[in-house]
Ligand binder design. Structure first.
Ligand code: GRG
Length: 322
């Protein structure tokens, strides 16, 4: 299967909410079926790779995640006229960076979690040192995947895009500031006015979560030879998508169950952490997330019908239950 187009995955222009949900369900199921053998293939090594390390990498990378970042990369490629196959290195690489960040985030030194994707976290299933090394190994492997899979004309830009999204101004910087606030290493943000608290949260999440969504879309677009206008449209979609995702994640942490989420919930409240629901309330959070989903959909209007799965996905991330 090259793309969902070949499996009839498209929605009529007048799609109802149920049609849109069905489209997302089918798209994510297609993405999982498409990605599973490719992720597995990406973890085949010579016997120079340590068996316990490889087992840990398989435990985290092949665990049942939603594959949102691969879905964004694959669908961005298809939406701007390419195929899923062209975006495989991008999709595999972003899932590797995401998986590493989850492994390190779950470590005792950070969030200290026991459950991830419905399975014991890496340091629980193996041990702390192996979990650190597992994250360490997934990072360079992501860049090796891009370096091997992208054509010479775009490989440099692809590596730059991912490095920036995973680096100190993005994923790691957002995580570091989040930790600094939680540990009291910086001034207490919770004493500031509500709009300053919202601006703080948006700045954290834009870097910690949003940048990797943006990179997934950008790499998919780049892989398909998308032009500057397409890249800008995906950037606008991605910015709104990322924030909508985070607000929904905060709502799920407040309202979801461990069984449906496959991870511990209620952590934010337990730690007195700033979240959109605690600062602006559940109803305002939900309506902001819905408004962002609309903004995301609008950004992709230039693509017309081919953007239907990404448009539906932006709506689904705010109504999801896991
Ligand atoms: C350790 C450098 C470093 C960064 C960690 C990813 C991350 C940054 C922290 C995870 C903590 C967290 C719950 C963040 C909220 C958003 C998020 C990334 C949720 C997990 O992503 P999903 O829902 O997960 O796409 P699956 O498992 O479905 O892939």
């Amino acid at each position: 299967m090259n793309s969902p187009a070949s499996s009839g995955n498209s929605a009529p222009a007048t799609a109802t909410a149920t049609d849109a949900e069905e489209l997302v369900r089918k798209t994510l199921a297609d993405v999982e079926a498409f990605m599973a053998p490719r992720l597995e293939a990406a973890l085949r090594f010579s016997d120079e790779a340590a068996p316990r390390l490889v087992a840990a990498m398989k435990h985290v990378l092949l665990a049942p995640g939603k594959r949102l970042r691969p879905a964004l990369a694959l669908e961005a490629a298809r939406t701007c006229g390419g195929t899923w196959e062209q975006a495989v290195p991008a999709a595999v690489a972003v899932e590797m960076i995401h998986a590493y960040s989850l492994v390190h985030d779950d470590l005792p030194a950070m969030d200290d979690d026991d459950l991830r994707r419905g399975l014991p976290t890496c340091h629980r299933a193996f041990d702390e040192a192996t979990a650190i090394l597992c994250g360490d190994a997934l990072q360079p492997l992501a860049f090796q995947t891009l370096a091997t899979g992208f054509p010479p004309e775009t490989v440099g830009e692809a590596c730059r895009v991912l490095a920036q999204a995973a680096g100190p101004e993005a994923l790691v910087g957002g995580q570091a500031d989040d930790l600094a606030a939680e540990r009291g290493w910086i001034d207490d943000v919770t004493t500031q006015p509500a709009d300053a608290q919202v601006a703080w949260m948006e700045r954290i999440h834009r870097r910690k979560t949003g940048c990797l969504f943006l990179a997934s879309l950008d790499l998919g677009c780049l892989a398909a030879g998308g032009d500057a206008t397409s890249r800008q449209a995906f950037a606008d979609y991605g910015r709104a998508f990322g924030l909508a995702f985070q607000i929904a994640d905060d709502l799920l942490d407040a309202e979801g169950t461990e069984a449906s989420m496959g991870k511990r919930v209620g952590k934010d409240a337990e730690r007195g952490k700033l979240t959109f629901p605690t600062v602006i309330g559940n109803a305002a959070s939900r309506s902001r997330a819905e408004q962002l989903a609309t903004e995301a959909a609008t950004a992709l209007a230039i693509f017309g019908e081919p953007a239907a799965p990404l448009t539906a996905l932006a709506r689904w991330i705010v109504t999801r239950t896991s």
